[in-house]
Design a protein around this ligand. Structure first.
Ligand code: SF4
Length: 813
């Protein structure tokens, strides 16, 4: 359809049919006031503050709901319009506390701004005013509903975007309010404390508790950085006053979280200023820790590592990296350990996610979530199995809800209802341990009913005939006995998935109800390959990781058999490339893994360990465990962390590190997006950024490293790592880049495997539900049910009062 031409305040504009007057005016840079309008919600024209005058129209029209018309002539600030807005504001402040002097929202309040703009200082309307008691029953925010102007944005966001449905309009007329059912306390509602209502409230009705009395908006410095909790990597803005974080809000302009957060990102950061932070290096002396200088601590580490090297050789040293530290720390850490002559370096990337990594490697030849988080909102069918993204990765659940609002079909398979079950078109409450049988049966239906993508299978895959034979026995009737899912339900779910042009699968690995996590990953890969749902936008396999930089720690080569970018240490040319850059010889023998040492008992050779920001004692059995005994018996143990942990308590030397808001670096999120994390506050006491500690220690150990800052570290890593070759801090500054990004002019890669899989052809695998046995996920030890390990994202000891509340309320433990 052709564009529509209209005139707004004397200026002509052409816009697409269906554009509202408000949208058209905004395209011209006009600032029409709004209270109830939010681009994420259907407009409802309720507050009327956006009224404009349209020639030949009888009355003023609400611009947020009125579509443009050909030849329309609009006035956004005529006398009639201004008088109407003044009247609305006068009515609003007649029943609104005018305590702007002390209101926390002053300076950021739309009501205050519009009253200033139109000169409304007082109201002639007398009569009753609301006198509601504050609801400050919850740990996160205070609700002063006397200030609520009933715009309804919080209601829409809570219901449509987040899906919590905790609040709605209550009562009618003058006593109308917004709150939980029966006006209960918010604490007792279905509120998930994501904070979106707070961030979208135009007035001062909802104020985060942590900001109360801490500073005015114009007194804070704002720093954009990345949430350190989970692998989504939400962009956040830290509000800082006097070197203290006093608030946090979602960063608006980014493709990852688009203005949304979850409870952890919004509220779970007060550990930064905890009095329990490590602030000076500690050395164990006669069983107790004493504070020492950095020189003393680094000297002691150097002497002890030298002794172990002399006595036992390089293989007696091992480094355990963390999927929480920055890429720069991970890269330097594995470089340091490898410079000591061993590949004994690992991170907890393998602890929880081995099934996903191994399964994707087998099917596609590389291990990463195939598509971007944002693409989910455009998919036409979503199959969620063995996952509860509302709990583990809330932003993914927000995108699924958006897709369903746009018409996508949702299939949920889980023994228990999950956060998305209420939206599901097909809910399959399968029996525990039967997920592989269910997926195989869906494959059976798809093949039997000729719903598979023959062209894709012929051109892009191998092993189809073997799969076809293997799933032949998984008829819906056969599967019904195993899964407990009715034949018709199973068939219609398979048809919904296969019938969509773009269909996505979401599953969090590390689940422990399934009869084999690795088998399920392969079965899901089969499903995506069968239907051609790989190598294209808004389709794919979403296996999001738990920890915030799990992807990055793997990418950086904190793994025993590969250097950065998964370049095998076995390959001579690769070793030579790194040797030339680092000036050391790289061992050709793959090293020990964390599982080798902690779970398979291959501990003998290891006499000294350097553990970075990780707490294996807590994860693997506690203080009486074999892990604790092994670490306690080491000749020498160094732990670098921000708090004293159960593992640090066993160390000979503890190095105090900076937390996420205290240093610069990069994280790589689960959609392979490399993002800058920026320093907002100084580390406490003598704590240092992790990369700087490792670089300093390398100098003590005799290596000639010369980095001016983390940017230099990143540049060196990128020069050696094909997937990161085109990246630089400068290019990452705007909205990060997704690997592979092989050259400076490359825009990054939103979805993988367009035209080719990493292994060439995608591989179908034969997976029987009986044969699939649990792989070594280790997940059951630290997570509730099958949900991704969100609590482990920060060491248990980092929990504050609020963190503990989050864990108990959100994680059920
Ligand atoms: Fe986003 Fe994950 Fe942080 Fe929540 S924990 S705000 S979903 S990055």
């Amino acid at each position: 359809m052709s564009a529509i031409k209209l005139t707004i305040d004397g200026r002509e504009i052409e816009v697409a049919p269906g554009t509202t007057i408000l949208e058209a005016a905004r395209q011209l840079g006009k600032d029409i006031p709004t209270f109830c309008y939010d681009p994420e919600l259907p407009p409802n024209g309720a507050c009327r503050i956006c009224v404009v005058e349209v020639e030949k129209a009888r009355a003023l029209v609400a611009s947020c709901v009125a579509p443009v018309g050909a030849g329309m002539v609009v006035y956004t600030e005529s006398e009639r319009v201004i008088n109407a807005r003044k009247a609305i504001l006068t009515l609003l402040i007649a029943n609104h506390p005018l305590d702007c002097i002390t209101c926390e929202k002053t300076g950021e309040c739309k009501l205050q701004d519009y009253c200033y703009r139109y000169g409304v200082a007082d109201s002639d309307f007398g009569g009753e005013v609301k006198e509601l008691a504050d609801d400050d029953t919850n740990a996160f925010f205070v609700r002063d509903m006397n200030k609520c102007i009933l715009c309804g944005i919080c209601v829409g966001k809570c219901q449509d975007v987040i899906g919590a449905g905790a609040i709605d309009f209550t009562r009618r007329g003058f006593v109308s309010n917004v709150g939980p059912p029966f006006e209960d306390a918010i604490e007792d509602s279905t509120c998930v404390f994501c904070g979106l209502c707070i961030d979208s409230c135009p007035v001062g009705a909802l104020i985060p508790r942590y900001s109360l009395g801490r500073g005015r908006p114009w007194q804070v410095e704002k720093t954009k950085t990345v949430c350190p909790y989970c692998s989504i990597g939400c962009n956040v803005t830290l509000h800082v006053k006097d070197n203290e974080v006093i608030g946090i809000s979602p960063a608006e302009e980014n493709p990852v979280n688009r203005g949304h957060l979850c409870v952890k990102g919004k509220f779970g950061w007060d550990y930064l200023k905890s009095g329990d932070r490590l602030t000076r290096p500690l050395v164990k002396s006669n069983g107790a820790f004493v504070e020492v200088s950095w020189e003393e601590a680094l000297g002691l580490i150097t002497d002890n590592l030298d002794q172990v090297l002399d006595r036992y050789g390089s293989e007696a040293i091992m480094g355990l990296c963390s999927p929480k530290t920055t890429n720069e720390e991970s890269y330097l850490f594995q470089k340091l350990i490898r410079s000591l002559g061993t590949n004994n370096v690992d991170s907890y990337t393998r602890h929880c996610h081995a099934p996903a990594v191994d399964g994707m490697m087998e099917a596609f030849g590389s291990a990463a979530m195939t598509n971007s988080i944002g693409e989910l909102s455009e998919t036409q069918a979503v199959f969620v199995i063995a996952a509860d993204p509302s709990e583990s990765h809330p932003v993914i659940s927000y995108r699924v809800r958006e897709a369903v609002r746009k018409g996508a079909k949702l299939i949920v398979a889980d023994p228990e209802p999950i956060g998305l079950t209420d939206l599901a078109h097909h809910y399959l409450p399968l029996q525990e341990g039967s997920a592989v049988a269910l997926v195989n049966a869906m494959a059976n239906v798809i093949i039997e009913e000729n719903l598979h993508d023959r062209t894709f299978i012929e051109k892009r895959t191998e092993g189809f005939e073997a799969l076809k034979s293997a799933v032949a026995k998984y008829t819906p009737r056969y599967a019904a006995e195993i899964t407990g899912i009715g034949e018709d339900d199973l068939r219609s779910a398979a048809r919904a998935y296969a019938g969509a042009e773009k269909a996505a699968v979401i599953s969090t690995v590390g689940m422990d109800y399934s009869a084999g996590n690795g088998g399920l990953v392969l079965a899901l890969a089969n499903l995506a390959l069968l239907t051609g749902n790989l190598g294209k936008e808004s389709a794919g396999l979403y296996l999001p990781y738990g920890e915030n930089n799990l992807q990055g720690a793997s990418d950086m080569g904190a793994l025993p058999a590969v250097l950065s970018g998964y370049q095998p240490v076995k390959e001579k040319a690769i070793r030579e490339k790194f040797s030339r850059s680092w000036g050391v010889k790289i061992s050709e023998e793959p090293g020990l893994s964390a599982a080798d040492v902690f779970q398979k008992g291959s501990q003998d050779p290891v006499k000294a360990m350097y553990i970075l920001d990780e707490n294996p004692v807590s994860c693997l059995g506690g203080e009486d465990s074999e892990t604790a005994r092994f670490l306690g018996d080491l000749d020498f143990l160094v732990v670098q962390d921000i708090f004293m942990t159960e593992t640090a308590a066993l160390a000979d030397v503890i190095l105090p590190a900076a937390a996420f808001a205290e240093q610069q670096g990069t994280y790589t999120n689960t959609e392979r997006r490399v993002q800058l994390t920026r320093q907002a506050v100084k580390p406490p006491g003598e704590a240092h950024p992790g990369w700087a500690i490792i670089a300093e220690l390398a100098g003590w150990l005799g290596f000639d490293w010369d980095y001016g800052g983390p940017e230099d570290v990143f540049a060196e890593m990128a020069s050696l790592t094909p997937q990161y070759a085109g990246m630089s801090y400068e290019k990452l500054a705007v909205q990060g880049l997704q690997w592979p990004c092989p050259s400076k002019d490359h825009p990054g890669t939103a979805f993988l495997y367009e035209g080719r899989f990493s292994r060439g052809l995608g591989l179908f695998s034969v997976v029987g539900h009986e044969a699939a046995g649990p792989e070594e996920t280790g997940a059951g030890s630290c997570i509730a049910a099958h949900h991704a390990c969100q609590c482990q994202s920060e060491s248990m000891s980092r929990r504050s009062v609020i963190d503990n509340f989050i864990v108990s309320k959100m994680c059920g433990r």
